[in-house]
Ligand binder design. Sequence first.
Ligand SMILES: NC(=O)c1ccc[n+]([C@@H]2O[C@H](COP(=O)([O-])OP(=O)(O)OC[C@H]3O[C@@H](n4cnc5c(N)ncnc54)[C@H](OP(=O)(O)O)[C@@H]3O)[C@@H](O)[C@H]2O)c1
Length: 324
Amino acid sequence: MYNIAVVGATGLVGQTMLRLLEEKQIPIANLTLFSSARSAGSQVSFNGENHVVEELTTEKTAGPFDYVLMSAGGETSLTFSPLFEKHGAVVIDNSSAWRMDPEISLVVPEVNPPSSNRKIIANPNCSTIQSVGPLKILLDAFGIERIAYTTYQSVSGSGWKGIEDLKRGERGEDPVNYPHPIYNNVLPQIDVFQEDGYTKEEVKMIEETRKILNLPTLPVTATCVRVPVTSAHAVAINVTLSEETSVKAIQSLFEASPYVTLEDEPEKGIYPMPLQAGGKEGIFVGRIRKDDSLPNTYHVWTVSDNILKGAALNAVQILQQLIS
Ligand SMILES: NC(=O)c1ccc[n+]([C@@H]2O[C@H](COP(=O)([O-])OP(=O)(O)OC[C@H]3O[C@@H](n4cnc5c(N)ncnc54)[C@H](OP(=O)(O)O)[C@@H]3O)[C@@H](O)[C@H]2O)c1
């Protein structure tokens, strides 16, 4: 039985992590729920009992906690994760704060188990997680020379405030979270722009892919786009392999893997879509085609629930891996 804290327990990811802790019957002795001052005092039901959410403060990091599931943004994590760690807890963090720290493991359990002595473990970016799942299968079988991503990311990727902006747009109101209306629109901007014209989200996908696949010099590029979908991200992956293969061979590998679900019968209209993948735990792949513009290059379309495998589920799977 473990003492577990969830930081960001009132957030979209935090709420989903709590549901998964229940569903997966994680053995919990004491559960402590933290938020900012804004939601402190609110009540959250867990395993049939009401828990009062507390404001996270420095003193409260002493716990004692065995595991802390952090889902409260980068700044909160930078301040509090090292304090939890100092007091002996293992922190699994959903923010981008620690992902590229060379001392910190960036983990998708089926791809790369934790490999560092630090007790902070980073959960990757949502679009990265659903991409490296199928890519790891291709890497092991054929090797990878290059990756180009285009993403179609749902508004829940921005937490409650993204969903609220979509609803505002439906009502004809101006956005609060996004720089332009997201309703009836597509925004080729996620996070802020850098000097080279890439957004931070695009840089995250590029750098995190290299780190997780342990290919530090791999050519990777990305265009990240916000679409007016509530739940589940789609990523069009264009991947150049090191060896010749075939669409059939790639489909067979995906079919045989427990980590992805192949939905690739385009003639019957069967391919992964957010409406079908939302609320499900898997990574769905389809539309596998040869790209004749480059040697050994293929298109893979992947869809997954960004709050589940893209965030809360991956974090809980890391916890399950550590416990087991
Ligand atoms: N949504 C996704 O698809 C996704 C995917 C991967 C990673 N993430 C990451 O997961 C984290 C949470 O995202 P979300 O989508 O759940 O956002 P959200 O719905 O906006 O929730 C944010 C949570 O953080 C809490 N919080 C904010 N400041 C805090 C502080 N100083 N101390 C303690 N708690 C604080 C909030 O508490 P209050 O209720 O008091 O405001 C709330 O519980 C972010 O770092 C995000 O980048 C999200």
